[in-house]
Design a protein. Sequence first.
Length: 185
Amino acid sequence: MRDPAAETLPWEAQAAADDAAYRAQVGYLFERSDFYRHKLAAAGFRDAAAAGGLDAIAALPLTEKDELRASRTELHPIGAHMAAPMAEVARIYSTSGTTGTPSYVPLTAGDLAQWVEISARSYAASGVTAGDRLVSTYGAGPFVAGAALDAFAALGLCHIPVGPGNSDRLLAAIDRATRGTAVIS
């Protein structure tokens, strides 16, 4: 377990923490994202308090990728949904663009740290521990899933990236070159 205090929190305490985080996130969107402020207002939520708590999440409108694409303008090249100023952005990932122009996903240092921690907790739950050699076939470097790769270092793993699409290379890395103790594909 990576974070026993968080991962063993009693259900009631976890529900309360999740509700508080949800309310803070909705408030953040109202304060900092033109796109979501207008979208939520159009759905009848005049402010963050009107959106309620986590128990009311089903009442929020869904967002589709085409809406995000449509929000890109000369003024908002990433999209009007962006909720942080560029000066706070630490990394920008992209989608592959297979259905059109790639979408860009800006992450602040705080976003990135949360993503790495969540990923590290997930991988730790699978049983990997510091000192393990992890062979991966991820090809996610430029894509948002690439943020998860930082979790391997955070866990103290020796990451051996093999890349996708070459089974002989993967087997060699596992068997001969590294004696990998874990494989993630």
